[in-house]
Design a protein around this ligand. Structure first.
Ligand SMILES: [Zn+2]
Ligand SMILES: [Zn+2]
Length: 478
């Protein structure tokens, strides 16, 4: 390991800056090279490279270079301003993962993934995330430049709209995209473009969930006023080395840390931090087999939802098995689905969620997700299936509890418009799933004994293509 300073100051004044900031001036670029081995990746997945930012700095530029060896080396990039490096620190200034090779930060303008604002002087740290390190190791070279000048006014994040006019807030099944990426991580479009794409596809709400940052909130703040529909929910995909999770409902550029490896009990601290910030913590693609994508952490208390279907990581069977195991243990965890959308032409609506919400507001939608009033549907055009379970004079819908006495036969009525001669699969803790045909109107009525626990429903087309997965009706003792 060695640090090399390149001698000689370089004067860099852009044409625009020259007109107003006559003293804008770059310090000599600093070049640092560090060598990491596969053993370093095991002992310290996140490495921190210190450097000084002098007082009066208006712009910071960092770039990283290394031999990718056809994808055998992948090193994520992030940065911390002066302050502690502990979990949840406010010194975190941004993250751009392994897809980008550099960033720039200023008071008002930054690279996507980084928080704009004044640049406090002192010791900063570049964070290098050793996602993949080839057998022979990797040399990472950082080039760091600072430029002096007046900071100018700082950018501010867009506050989450808390309510929309009542006339546009229906009660009923609302369609949502819960997991989308923009240019602020490895997506291909701007946050405003995600809003337009989801509006055109008929969505009622959309959560933007970039990897390990919420800086899209600053970019939306610079755009024109957001439309009432789709409702925008600020989120983050907390991307840990032991699996990923969406957090929905973060405000004011807030951020949830991600630097917790598999088996580290501090996963509970991340979940707790998300909840303190008002967020709903939902595990993503838990059965994915891509490197560090499947959920290897415990499903600690406070995790309220999990993806059972993800358009990018299609391991639905494994995810359903994990979900059923949790449900059988008595845990009420809401199953959700998403397209995990990054780019066209991938469909943004496979999967989507239908949420039974009393209003089109963030609080109402997140409350309905917590309550399990969710059906996962493959395709925006598919109608939302209807399910009613009756026992005696009591009825329950998706997410509800149905109170029964010891031995009760329940009547299950379903209607899946469009699923003519489709199939209904009834899954629960009461043994083998039951496969039932739908009639020529997509209806079925089933009388069967139910046990304490849960019963959930899957809808398929005649050719077995899965169209919808409901959350359970919970069967409780009267
Ligand atoms: Zn993910
Ligand atoms: Zn994702």
């Amino acid at each position: 390991m060695r640090a090399v300073r390149i001698a000689g100051a370089v004067l860099v004044v852009s044409a625009l800056a020259a007109a107003v900031l006559v003293d804008a001036r770059a310090e000599a670029p600093l070049t640092i090279t560090r060598h990491y081995t596969p053993a370093d990746r095991v002992s310290g997945r996140y490495q921190y490279v210190p450097f000084e930012v002098p007082a009066g700095t208006a712009t910071l530029r960092v770039s990283s270079q290394y031999d990718r060896v056809d994808g055998d080396n992948v090193v994520d990039l992030g940065v911390f301003e002066p302050g502690p490096l502990d979990l949840g620190t406010h010194a975190f200034r941004g993250y751009s993962g392994g897809a980008k090779t550099g960033f720039e930060i200023g008071a008002r303008e930054t690279s996507s993934g980084y928080r704009p604002g004044p640049l406090p002087p002192g010791q900063w740290h570049v964070m290098l995330g050793l996602y993949k390190v080839a057998e022979r190791g990797v040399d990472v070279t950082l080039t760091i430049e600072t430029e002096a000048g007046p900071p100018g006014p700082a950018a501010r994040p867009l506050h989450v709209p808390v309510a929309i006019p009542p006339s546009t807030a229906p009660a009923g099944w609302l369609m949502g995209a819960l997991h989308t990426h923009t240019l602020h991580s490895d997506g291909t479009v701007s946050p405003a473009e995600i809003m337009r794409i989801t509006r055109d596809a008929g969505f009622d709400f959309v959560a933007i969930t970039d990897h390990n940052n919420t800086t899209h909130t600053y970019e939306l703040a610079r755009d024109a006023a957001l439309p009432a529909r789709p409702l925008w929910i600020a989120g983050e995909e907390v991307t840990t080395p032991g699996g990923h999770a969406s957090v929905w409902g973060l405000d004011h550029g807030e951020w949830v840390d991600f630097r917790v490896g598999p088996g580290d009990r501090r996963i509970a601290d991340l979940v707790g931090a998300a909840r303190r910030l008002g967020g709903l913590f939902s595990v993503n693609h838990p059965a994915s087999t891509c490197v560090a994508c499947g959920w290897e952490h415990a499903f600690v208390d406070g995790i309220e939802a999990m993806e059972i279907s993800n358009g990018r990581h299609g391991e639905v069977t494994g995810a359903l098995a994990m979900w059923d195991k949790l449900l059988r243990s008595g845990r009420r965890i809401t199953g959700v689905g998403s397209s995990d959308w990054h780019s066209a032409p991938n469909p943004i609506d496979v999967a989507n969620v239908r949420v039974y919400s009393p209003a089109l507001t963030q609080d109402a939608i997140l409350g309905a997700i917590r309550a399990g009033r969710v059906i996962v549907v493959n395709g925006a055009q598919e109608a939302t299936p209807q399910v009613v379970v009756r026992a005696g004079n009591r009825t329950a819908g998706i997410g509800d509890s149905l109170a029964i006495s010891e031995s009760t036969v329940a009547t299950i009525d379903v209607h899946a418009p469009g699923l003519v001669y489709g199939r209904l699969l009834i899954v629960g803790n009461g043994g083998t799933p039951v496969d039932v045909p739908l009639d020529d109107r997509g209806r079925a009525r089933v009388e069967r004994p139910v046990q304490f626990g849960y019963v959930r429903f899957e809808f398929r087309r005649q050719d077995q293509w899965p169209v919808a997965y409901t959350n359970p009706v919970y069967i409780v003792r009267q």
